[in-house]
Design a protein around this ligand. Structure first.
Ligand code: AMP
Ligand code: ZN
Length: 108
């Protein structure tokens, strides 16, 4: 938990979000400023700044994140029509919230 991190605050429940999933290690909530009809953020509960900060021990966590993306895409009804999974890395890669997250976008 990083007290100045907006995603940590959402995970702690001190900032509101529209959750679609909450597990022991990962949460998913709707993006506040969606860029597609379906735009969900999948976020590890552990505060990891970006992909650059992953360690060997985070492998199961990242696998869980991608498996959850598949499940949520099915639940949202966009698995067959198709979707994008995007991770922006650091400022030059378009990352603005420095708590690792996976964008699930689709529904066009
Ligand atoms: P990125 O550019 O990859 O860091 O993406 C950050 C995403 O977080 C953007 O798509 C924002 O719209 C979204 N976002 C920022 N603040 C919130 C919030 N409080 N609740 C939900 N989504 C948010
Ligand atoms: Zn955080």
């Amino acid at each position: 938990m990083e007290k100045d991190c907006i995603f940590c605050q959402i995970i702690e429940g001190t900032k509101p979000a529209s959750f679609v999933f909450e597990g022991d290690r990962v949460v998913a909530f709707k993006d506040a400023n969606p860029s597609a009809p379906v735009h969900i953020l999948l976020v590890p509960k552990k505060h990891i700044r970006s992909i650059n900060d992953l360690t060997e021990g985070d492998q199961p966590l990242m696998a869980e994140l991608f498996m959850l993306a598949k499940k949520i895409a099915q639940e949202q009804g966009i698995a067959q029509s198709g979707y994008k999974l995007v991770i922006n890395v650091e400022r030059g890669g378009g990352q603005y919230v420095f708590h690792l997250h996976l964008h699930l976008v689709g529904g066009w």
